[in-house]
Design a protein around this ligand. Sequence first.
Ligand code: DAT
Ligand code: MG
Length: 131
Amino acid sequence: MIKPDAVRAGNIGNILRMINAAGFRIAAMKLTQMSLERAGQFYAVHQERPFYGELCAFMSSGPIVAAILEKENAVDDFRKLIGATNPANAEEGTIRKLYATSVGENAVHGSDSDENAAIEGAFHFGGVEMY
Ligand code: DAT
Ligand code: MG
């Protein structure tokens, strides 16, 4: 996902250009907005964390770009492309270093495993929207 902060800042094109340049194939993509309830479901794994309420409020605060990306070693390579959760710790040239403003408003989401990528893809897209 390209998160609401990056969409608001006009960085959809910049981020997609980096994703393309890194060799990912876009298998599904759309502009959409999660309700507070849907954001809560998406991040349910974090529900005991102190930032959960803030995270769900932020993620439902405006439109996002949801996408399914394909590549060999996609999960690890995408995490490298986006950089550390906190942009203060992200490497130079990563999406979060360039476009995130804080640990909470960090421009992009990436799945943390192939299994979760499949779950998260199905959260946003029906079968006829995947190519
Ligand atoms: P990532 O998005 O790098 O996988 P995560 O899964 O640990 O990071 O956390 C999910 C999101 O929750 C993260 O992108 C932003 C938010 N978050 C994480 N740690 C936070 C913190 N200490 N304060 C505020 N928001 C935080
Ligand atoms: Mg995560």
